[in-house]
Design a protein around this ligand. Sequence first.
Ligand SMILES: Cc1cc2nc3c(=O)[nH]c(=O)nc-3n(C[C@H](O)[C@H](O)[C@H](O)COP(=O)(O)O)c2cc1C
Length: 362
Amino acid sequence: MSSALTDLFRYPIVQAPMAGGASCPQLAAAVSAAGGLGFLAAGYKTPEAMYEEIKQLRGLTGHPFGVNVFMPQPATADPAAVEVYAEQLSGEASWYETPLGDPDSGNDDAYEVKLAILLEDPVPVVSFTFGCPSRAVLEAFAGAGTRTVVTVTSPAEAQAAERAGADAVCVQGIEAGGHQGTHFDDPHADCTAAGLGLLSLITLVREAVPLPVIAAGGLMRGAQIAAVLAAGADAAQLGTAFLVCHESAAHPLHKRAMTDSLFTRTELTRAFTGRPARGLVNRFMREHGRYAPAAYPQLQHLTAGLRRAAAKVGDPQGMSLWAGQGHRLAREMPAGRLVEVLAAEMDNALGSVPGTWTGAAS
Ligand SMILES: Cc1cc2nc3c(=O)[nH]c(=O)nc-3n(C[C@H](O)[C@H](O)[C@H](O)COP(=O)(O)O)c2cc1C
């Protein structure tokens, strides 16, 4: 990885940004202080809330951290299909005694305002999901001294990120929990079948672009981090592993579900947000996943209240329980401790003396 980015962390361990609850200043601070790279998730937040979290995080740690931003989405959703889906969800609305949200509450996630804040008061790293920013935007961040990372799920997306001037790519395999960061959500693609496994994807991207690679998807143990480093990655990004940590602000039911024998597997679904995302298979996914249209963020707005209501009444069967394929391996502990454990496991697997991973900054 370019020395500039590697210098930001001691261990090649990145805590994935997790919008919708889990990410918080306390989690990011604990990871960064332990020698990894903590991340805040700006997705779904107002620009003011994003800035408030950045201020809080700066108050908790002087170590580098990142902020993740969602790209604005093209208006490709079919309003008629959204309307039909809303009718299909009417039973859920009655059951949870909660009205459906307005699907037309905006599709840009306040991108421009968030960029303006991040350029005005720069942070060490900004990553982008659901698309690739323009060259002008990435140049503006470079000028501000911020390293940029673009999430990719194919070699073609990695080439687009390189052309636009990104400093690194986050290579996201199909195993990953939460949304696939695909740049364009093909409405005709079968979301349960599409996508590449992480090891194949790392190699394909490595051979397509010269950019540093942060590998994400299903990584729960240090030995797996060693495996992706051996495959050519420069660092590993873990979401599900950090979601259950003490500092994570994920809902307690979400944390508990990771290792609950009630939830046996994960699947990709459009049921909650209209974009393919991996979560534990529950009643809501089983009942609505089959016909949910490709309409992000319309379905996100439509179902947000239902999911909050399900969480409020303690019903995990109506919540979006985002999780990667390795969820059963989740270990509940302080996040700083998890970074240490992962680093020790990684060193062990690499056959090196603990603490002497050769890429680490001194
Ligand atoms: C609860 C949850 C929320 C997520 N939210 C985001 C997000 O806001 N932005 C983003 O780039 N990735 C997000 N992701 C995906 C992660 O960046 C990463 O790709 C994924 O967690 C890796 O797979 P793993 O969960 O198996 O470690 C999320 C993942 C989870 C589990």
